[in-house]
Design a binder for this molecule. Structure first.
Ligand code: GDP
Length: 414
């Protein structure tokens, strides 16, 4: 996945992915690993990694190398996991290596139950692992999908610590519900608040909430805030990515926006603290230029400049979310889309190595997000740029403002 991401600079340290485990959806978080043996001077750092894994995860995949005998480190980790009282799935990796047969019985001594045997590089045992995880989630009564026919528009407020998320939530809800502080990471756990605005029912999913942690440093808080953001985004229809105009756009914001795109949620970019602008026109222009440069992959996302402090423009979040929700649910009638396909796709065929690949049919096959299928003889030959061309044309004609759209190609029936 990391290799195929089209956005430069956001791949190397992206460690969060939405995935399927059995019949459940989950966010998979990769960590740097726990090591109690080496790097004594890095212990503090390692403990932070451990904290992230242990405190934030609902289920822990504890991967051991079965091609080698168990080490003291493995036992130390197992002890830590025991103490965490989390659901742990013990995974014996590298079972393609012969020696592993001797190690497997030893693994029971870790006290974490029966290991699931896999070979990552040979793709062995992965289905079994997914099933095992599915069973654990079932036992935990993990909620399956957000139910499809829900009537509310669910909005997640996400962004780096201190950009003003709590203040914005307060401005939106009109009461001082969330504790605001200028010390990053000092608000309470994330809360869902139902709210009705001009007859429309919303749920505000507030990720400002990070519990105060005694020794938690800035980096830990930022990492945790990403995780919380991703969890909230997964539960939302529309994600508001809050930026502080004074601090610009950080890599973390790019990761979060990429995630929003990956899982097809709608996006509003909310630039906060505009009351502090001394040259509003110039500063806005410069911010827009930075946005275009760094986040040009979401040109459909509306950008609003607000002040949580003075509440200026904050009600636009409700209004935009309502409009976006309608766009997410919009369905172009088949007959109409056929005409569009005829005029656009058929008159601009894909050309590959001098040959044209005619598009024979197009149809909107789904909503939330709007998804389109185009039929042709060689779907495998279609270049990314042609997909972008179609997306631009669809948006020019039909809008789909604020929402990602999906385009796929299928082989002609005959
Ligand atoms: P969070 O960590 O993203 O939830 O941020 P907070 O809402 O706790 O705000 C962090 C700091 O920024 C606090 O000192 C707020 O008073 C300040 N702040 C938040 N929004 C605004 C705003 O619109 N204008 C100004 N001037 N300050 C703000």
């Amino acid at each position: 996945m990391a290799i195929t991401s089209p956005i430069a600079g956001t791949t190397r340290d992206r460690v969060y992915h939405e995935t399927e485990l059995g019949t459940y959806r989950a966010i998979l978080v990769d960590t740097a690993g726990l090591n109690f043996e080496k790097n004594r001077d890095l212990e503090a750092d390692i403990q932070e990694q451990a904290k992230i894994a242990l405190e934030e995860a609902h289920v822990i995949f504890f991967v051991v190398d079965a091609s080698e005998p168990m080490t003291a480190n493995d036992f130390d980790c197992a002890k830590l996991l025991h103490k965490s009282k989390k659901h742990v799935i013990l995974i014996a990796n590298k079972i393609d290596v012969k020696k592993s047969a001797d190690t497997i019985p030893e693994l029971f001594e870790l006290g974490l139950g029966e290991p699931v045997s896999i070979s990552s590089i040979h793709n062995l045992g992965i289905t079994e692992l997914q099933d095992a995880a599915g069973k654990v989630l079932k036992k935990m009564k993990w909620k399956k999908e957000r139910h499809k026919n829900k009537k509310t528009i669910d909005i997640a407020i996400v962004g780096k610590p201190n950009v003003g998320k709590s203040s914005l939530v307060n401005a939106l809800l009109g009461k001082n519900r969330v504790v605001v502080s200028n010390i990053p990471g000092t608000t309470v756990d994330s809360i869902d608040t139902p709210f009705t605005f001009e007859g429309t029912d919303f749920v505000l999913i507030d990720t400002a909430g990070l519990r105060r942690r005694g020794k938690a440093n800035k980096e830990l808080i930022e990492r945790l805030s990403v995780l919380r953001a991703l969890q909230a985004i997964s539960r939302s229809d529309v994600a508001c990515l809050v930026l502080d105009f004074e601090n610009g756009i950080a890599n973390q914001d790019l990761h979060v926006s990429q995630y929003i795109l990956d899982i097809n949620r709608s996006l509003i970019i909310v630039v906060n603290k505009c009351d502090l602008m001394n040259d509003p026109d110039g500063q806005r222009k410069r911010f827009m230029a930075e946005l275009q440069y760094k986040m040009g992959y979401v040109p459909w996302a509306p950008v609003i400049f607000v002040s949580a402090l003075t509440k200026k423009n904050t009600r636009q979040i409700w209004e935009l979310s309502k409009n976006i929700d309608q766009e997410r649910k919009k369905k172009i009638p088949d007959a109409e889309f056929e005409i569009f396909t005829k005029t656009i796709a058929m008159s601009h065929p894909v050309i590959r190595s001098g040959k044209s690949i005619p598009i024979t049919k197009g149809q909107q096959i789904d909503i939330c997000p709007p998804s389109f299928m185009f039929w042709c003889s060689r779907p495998d030959k279609i270049h990314f740029s042609y997909k972008r061309f179609l997306e631009n044309e669809i948006r020019r004609r039909y809008g789909f403002f604020g929402t990602p759209i999906k385009i796929r190609f299928s082989i002609n029936d005959e």
